[in-house]
Design a protein around this ligand. Sequence first.
Ligand SMILES: O=C[C@H](O)[C@H](O)COP(=O)(O)O
Length: 154
Amino acid sequence: MNYRIVVGCDDAGLDYKEQIAADLRADPRVAEVIDLGVHRGAEDVHRPYPEIGLAAGEAIRDGKADRAVLVCGTGIGMALSANKVAGVRATTAHDSFSVERSVLSNNCQVLTLGQRVVGLELARRLVAEWLGYTFDERSASAAKVSLISEYERC
Ligand SMILES: O=C[C@H](O)[C@H](O)COP(=O)(O)O
């Protein structure tokens, strides 16, 4: 599938971002991992989550990446931020079914996770599952998602 995947976090999501980035780099479905920070021990470590979430959304919008995994304390702030970028669909999901539907129903390109909410091993498994789903543009869900895109164009 050769996905180009952005990873990003704030200081509350750094541990999980590092592990998930390592998992993605080892995944044969992933061609490139683009790490937007923050980085341990670096100057950017206290950058607020909206800066990372917005940058991730812009990378999707600009065609520099196919998908993003973003981690903060709850996942909520990252989802709110990425969703501000037109054309980007981001959601927090901490269970297998929601992760599946975020792609198959909603064509989300961005999965956000809360390091303070979900265990690390579950988070890693959810990301692995998430990579296995592809939205079907011929599905009945496509017309529903397109209503969001049409609203954005107004
Ligand atoms: O959604 C926001 C994140 O959970 C963030 O990591 C923590 O934000 P706070 O420090 O404002 O609670």
